[in-house]
Design a protein around this ligand. Sequence first.
Ligand SMILES: NC(=O)c1ccc[n+]([C@@H]2O[C@H](COP(=O)([O-])OP(=O)(O)OC[C@H]3O[C@@H](n4cnc5c(N)ncnc54)[C@H](OP(=O)(O)O)[C@@H]3O)[C@@H](O)[C@H]2O)c1
Length: 274
Amino acid sequence: MKKTIFITGTSSGLGKLTAIAFAKLGWNVAATMRTPEKETELTQYDNIKLFKLDVTDVAQVKSAVEQAIAAFGRIDVVVNNAGMGSYGALELAKEDTIDWQFAVNVRGPINVIRAFLPHYRENNGGKFINISSYMGVTSAVPLGSLYNMSKFALEGLTEGLYYELKPFNIGLHLIEQGGSKGNNFIDSIVWNTSEEIKAYDGIIAKLKSLMESAKDDESLVDDPQTIVNAIKALATGESTQFRTLVGDSAKGLMAMRNSMPIEEYLEKIAANYN
Ligand SMILES: NC(=O)c1ccc[n+]([C@@H]2O[C@H](COP(=O)([O-])OP(=O)(O)OC[C@H]3O[C@@H](n4cnc5c(N)ncnc54)[C@H](OP(=O)(O)O)[C@@H]3O)[C@@H](O)[C@H]2O)c1
């Protein structure tokens, strides 16, 4: 029987590439996104079906999951990919932005996982692949505390759930990637800045310019296909790793992080922004 994968956030970047890769592999793909009416690329594949899904909307998550199960009969793998970043000074963040960062990157996967659990228990199995980041394990830049918080929380959620879902043969996996090419992540960042408070202007400007130049610098960002390959390996069972650190940028940073005490690491990163 054909396998089926359900993916959130397939309108761009990694989500879209993953949907296409699994369609080419011959899987059924439930590709979910906030605005399926705008999609023109994924609609070219017979084995991809689009479903409207904003991960922060519990009712819409339940409805999309029900529709996907009705369409394909059985879902084997769920990829919690939808995610966005808020950067800038915590002091300057709007209350809504703080809640939104948690809502998309943490509450979103919680909503999707909860909606799938009855189906997975009934099937006596299934997999969740949660798209985290090296920012889920360590910090890499200043002004990323909210995004760091969200991915650390996703890591904690995934690791904590392992025990309660193991008896049902439900697998949990984390992908920890670094920066990659061909996505909207940097352009979609919600920046926490202020017209009135100028104290953070210098460091915000430095980070913005660093991110802008890094996004097209092949030595700093990875080929997203390596991340898609890691997802494929987990989905097909070729890999059973709980955490997959993927891409040269993530591996380089983690090697540095692991080579020194946290105090030294924090100072080393901070020194780049003095
Ligand atoms: N790019 C990086 O450097 C990087 C590094 C480490 C980890 N990651 C993680 O990788 C994942 C994929 O990001 P990407 O790099 O492919 O960036 P991307 O191109 O910006 O993709 C993000 C996707 O999430 C969707 N999304 C945002 N809010 C949503 C919501 N409320 N409900 C449903 N979908 C929503 C976006 O859809 P819309 O089109 O509707 O906005 C888009 O499809 C994210 O979890 C991100 O945190 C990225």
